[in-house]
Write a protein that binds this ligand. Structure first.
Ligand code: HEC
Ligand code: HEC
Ligand code: HEC
Ligand code: HEC
Length: 193
């Protein structure tokens, strides 16, 4: 949307305003999916996942060479040194920034190290596809490794009833036990009061 870029350039100083406006735009919002803000990464490379039309990614000011496995979806693995880092995503939607830390030493303040999921490398296409309307989406695939039978015991629901795993889990990895994005008591309350 070239016509919009000028409008958004005026808003660059108010990044938070842009972020609020765009959360209303739903699934088409430009976003850095990985790494998450404030993460502590112990390994010597960082996995970058971002979504935006025509995006430019910079890590500590240097351009990131990323694959584009789906239109508007970017992926890269970049070697990183110990210390503080800044990942910046620039697109017609505005600027998004994520700060994270790398290195073997504990951060303190109760920050837990980031743990990748799954522990083995899986193709993005195992869990994602593009809909007929051209929309990038999560299309399932968890049950290849996580059995249905066990699922109902932990979740009190059939797997298909809670098919939007992303409501409660960060499927790309997390610093929280069970990869939860919400504390356990809040996770089920999204539907149960
Ligand atoms: C094990 C399954 C799995 C794999 C493998 C996986 N993802 Fe995801 N991904 C998910 C889930 C689950 C979500 C959350 C979807 C939701 O809540 O709608 C998600 C969300 C996303 C989003 C955000 C979608 C949006 O509309 O905001 C992007 C972008 C993304 N994944 C890119 C990737 C890329 C690139 C790869 C490969 C490097 C990848 N994913 C690998 C499961 C996976
Ligand atoms: C290719 C196999 C594979 C796929 C596909 C897969 N996982 Fe996993 N997952 C694993 C393995 C292996 C582990 C670590 C061992 C374990 O805890 O079962 C794991 C761990 C987890 C954990 C943490 C379990 C714990 O006890 O800490 C969660 C939550 C999880 N996966 C959710 C998902 C979700 C949601 C999807 C789909 C978006 C998914 N997995 C797809 C292999 C897979
Ligand atoms: C409504 C929230 C919610 C949704 C949606 C959800 N989960 Fe969970 N899941 C949880 C909670 C809460 C736990 C932790 C239970 C515990 O601590 O024992 C959990 C634990 C897990 C675990 C680890 C325990 C186990 O059973 O091995 C896996 C794997 C898992 N979920 C996979 C999935 C997959 C795959 C999906 C999507 C098909 C999914 N979850 C959808 C809330 C959810
Ligand atoms: C996407 C919405 C949604 C989420 C999230 C959800 N549930 Fe449910 N749950 C339902 C619906 C709908 C019913 C059926 C209610 C009915 O039949 O009256 C139900 C029924 C149940 C029941 C049976 C209740 C009864 O009275 O028979 C249990 C137990 C339950 N859910 C537990 C959970 C747990 C535990 C979680 C978190 C892992 C969870 N639910 C997350 C929608 C959800």
């Amino acid at each position: 949307m070239p016509g919009r870029s000028a409008v958004f350039t005026c808003r660059l100083l108010a990044v938070s305003v842009v972020a609020v406006l765009h959360s209303a735009a739903g699934a088409d919002e430009a976003t850095i999916v990985k790494p998450r803000e404030g993460t502590w990464i112990q390994s010597e490379e960082v996995q970058v996942i971002a979504k935006a039309a025509g995006a430019q990614l910079h890590l500590d000011g240097k351009p990131v060479e990323a694959d584009e496995p789906f239109p508007g979806v970017f992926h890269a693995r970049v070697p990183i040194s110990s210390g503080q880092h800044l990942l910046r995503l620039e697109s017609a939607d505005g600027i998004h920034e994520v700060r994270f830390r790398a290195g073997g030493d504990p951060v303190g303040d109760g920050v837990e190290p980031f743990v990748d999921h799954p522990p083995i490398r899986i193709e993005c296409a195992h869990c994602h596809s593009v809909s007929r309307r051209g929309r990038f989406r999560f299309s399932g695939g968890c049950q290849t490794c996580h059995a249905k039978e066990q699922f109902i015991q932990t979740h009190s629901h059939e797997l298909h009833e809670l098919a939007s795993c992303g409501m409660c889990h960060d499927a790309h990895g997390s610093s929280v036990a069970k990869l939860l994005v919400l504390p356990r008591d809040q996770a089920c309350k999204q539907c149960h009061n």
